[in-house]
Design a protein around this ligand. Structure first.
Ligand code: FMN
Length: 320
């Protein structure tokens, strides 16, 4: 850990001087949620900005606070308005956060709004929102701290957008170790156990769905390889299935699909015999794509979209 010692410099009232970058980084090590704070400005204009300085303050009376940089173009509006609203963003609202931190655009364009006290704009889509009556304002150095008394609030069960170290993130709840695998010496704490177990379970979902429609995993492998690249020869199909898809197949499967009229052989003098889809084979590939898509929905199960995104990201990094 690097230690930063304050040095007293003039002007005397300015307080101890730190390396600004280091102080910003130290503040940024505190993970926060992300909010959009809104109010109404002169002439009833809608105003709002992204803020992560939000904090709950008191349950009784119910109070929250946030702080606004003195450089904000909207300082006067927030100081003079009797109400403000705080919206806590969910993991899929990163773009909205970016929008409300950008200058020179209409931040509210196209957004569905409710109206709160004094007509303040309230975003419809968010994880939680608080309509507040401005109770106190405090000087806070280069920021002004606004404390509001909550007059109305709502919330929904979503995953929060997180901000840490100057970057957006998502929350990954820690999982307690609950059980031990009874058939091996791997435990749920082992990454290998989790990855192979997840692979087995998710693959099983697809295989059951295929079998219910009279397809086998081997046929699925062959047709999806050819569906992607028509005109491969049999050894190429077998190699791709094993190497890329982890599905061992025998060349007899290709022959069976030819006999069923789904594939046909194209002879050319200078190349090995190429295997192509027949029109019936193309229809079969479409059916298999539909099965894969519906399995994808099953496999995602109870995960919410932000967890699915995170899982895909982590698995891709693991495989890289
Ligand atoms: C994640 C995030 C958190 C922010 N938190 C604050 C904050 O708490 N207070 C603040 O004044 N600005 C904060 N900002 C910066 C403002 O959103 C940004 O400067 C905005 O353009 C200010 O708009 P205004 O000048 O129209 O008020 C934050 C920006 C981001 C991206």
């Amino acid at each position: 850990m690097t230690t930063h010692t304050a040095t007293q410099t003039e002007p005397a009232k300015a307080g101890p001087a730190f390396d600004g970058r280091a102080l910003r980084d130290a503040f940024g090590s505190f993970a926060t949620g992300v909010t959009i704070v809104t109010t109404t400005g002169p002439g009833g204009v809608d105003i709002g900005l992204t803020a992560n300085s939000f904090s709950s303050v008191s349950l009784d009376p119910p109070m929250v606070l946030w702080s606004l940089a003195r450089t904000s173009l909207n300082m006067d509006a927030f100081r003079n308005s009797g109400h403000f609203a705080v919206h806590i963003l969910s993991a899929d609202q990163e773009a909205l956060s970016g929008r409300f931190a950008s200058k020179g655009i209409d931040r509210f364009e196209g957004l569905a709004l409710d109206r709160g006290p004094d007509g303040i704009p309230m975003l419809k889509e968010c994880m939680a929102r608080f309509a507040c009556k401005l109770a106190y304002q405090y000087e806070g150095g280069d920021h002004v701290i606004f404390v509001g008394e909550i007059v109305d609030f709502s919330h929904s069960a979503r995953k929060p957008l997180v901000f840490h170290g100057g970057r957006y993130g998502m929350l990954l709840p820690k999982q307690p170790v609950t059980s031990v695998d009874e058939f091996s010496n791997l435990t749920p704490d082992d990454l290998l156990y989790q990855v192979s177990n997840a692979y087995f379970q998710t693959r099983q979902t697809v295989i059951e769905k295929l079998e219910s429609r009279q397809w086998t995993a081997e046929e699925y492998a062959v047709l999806s390889i050819i569906g992607r690249e028509d005109g491969l020869c049999v050894p190429e199909i077998v190699a791709r299935s094993e190497k890329v898809r982890g599905q061992g197949i025998s060349s007899a499967i290709v022959q069976q699909l030819i006999e069923r009229g789904l594939l046909h052989e194209v002879d050319s003098s200078d190349r090995p015999v190429a295997i192509r889809l027949t029109p019936e084979g193309r229809l079969a590939v479409l059916e298999l794509i539909a099965i894969r898509k519906s399995s994808e929905a099953d496999v995602q199960g109870n995960l919410d979209p932000s967890e699915v995104q995170l899982l895909k990201h982590l698995l891709a990094r693991l495989a890289a």
